[in-house]
Design a protein. Structure first.
Length: 264
């Protein structure tokens, strides 16, 4: 092992001279870091990992063995343009995780936020947009252009269709096949995924008090149990003062901006 600013670089690692590594970065055996890769301070790159650029990896990330970050998008129209993958800080990207950089059909950036856990064999496709504190369990697969909001939980072996959005604190049960948007705070399961209720455990763990959970339950009842068209339900939520507040704003904004439709 050789030292680089108090980090440890295994002698079998291949690091392009144009790559930039921060302080206290550790790189395991046979890892490959290509050009146009910027690795932040205190990152740990596992054995046989492959980092391709353009890629920016923020500080204190852990990249597991055989993970592949920043490879070109799996998109027929891609012609080698310099799109990006940007990953924030304090993420745990486990063994064989794959995250592709963007196509040219959106912003040109695949983005992963902070404090996320991506378990073994999970995949984030091109142009994906992930927030913070998200958990993606083993073998879950996100197609291109998928958006996942903060604190969502995607269970093992889920498949998420391209352009689907997963709302704040939503929960996808194991093996769910998701082809429409999942509203904030909601739980879906099955193939095709169906609405199963609220993510009550996630709400408690996130610190929502009893009053806030009751308001979210009331929102849920209006949107998903009253049997009225979505437009009518949203109008009711906007006119009724009992739904004023952050949870109501998040739910209404999400539903109004849906392009693929919402699992109801």
């Amino acid at each position: 092992m050789r030292s680089m600013d108090s980090g440890c670089i295994h002698p079998t690692a291949l690091i392009d001279s144009r790559a930039r590594l921060g302080e206290r970065v550790s790189v395991g055996p046979y890892a490959v870091i290509e050009a146009a890769v910027n690795v932040g301070d205190d990152c740990d790159i596992g054995a046989h990992a492959l980092l391709s650029g353009p890629l920016t990896l923020g500080p204190r990330n852990r990249v597991g063995a055989h993970a592949v970050l920043g490879q070109p998008p799996q998109d027929h129209g891609y012609q080698g343009e310099p799109t990006e993958l940007i990953i924030g800080s304090d993420n745990d990207l486990r063994e064989f995780v794959t995250i592709h950089r963007a196509s040219t059909k959106d912003q040109g950036i695949t983005r992963v936020g902070n404090h996320n856990l991506l378990m073994a064999y999970s995949h984030v496709g091109h142009d994906g947009q992930l927030g913070n504190d998200i958990t993606i369990a083993n073998g879950a697969q996100l197609a291109g252009h998928v958006e996942v909001a903060d604190r969502a939980y995607i269970s093992a072996l889920c498949g998420v269709h391209q352009f689907v959005r997963i709302g704040t604190l939503a929960l996808l049960g194991g093996g769910a096949v998701v082809t429409q948007d999942v509203a904030p705070f909601c739980m879906v399961t099955g193939n095709r995924a169906r609405l199963r209720g609220l993510n009550t455990t996630g709400l408690r763990r996130a610190g929502y008090d009893r009053a806030a959970r009751q308001q979210i339950r009331a929102l849920y009842d209006v949107l998903f149990r009253a049997g009225q068209p979505l437009a009518n339900a949203l109008e009711q939520l906007q006119q009724d003062p009992q739904f004023d507040g952050p949870a109501g704003d998040v739910m209404c904004a999400f539903c109004q901006s849906s392009q693929r439709g919402i699992i109801r």
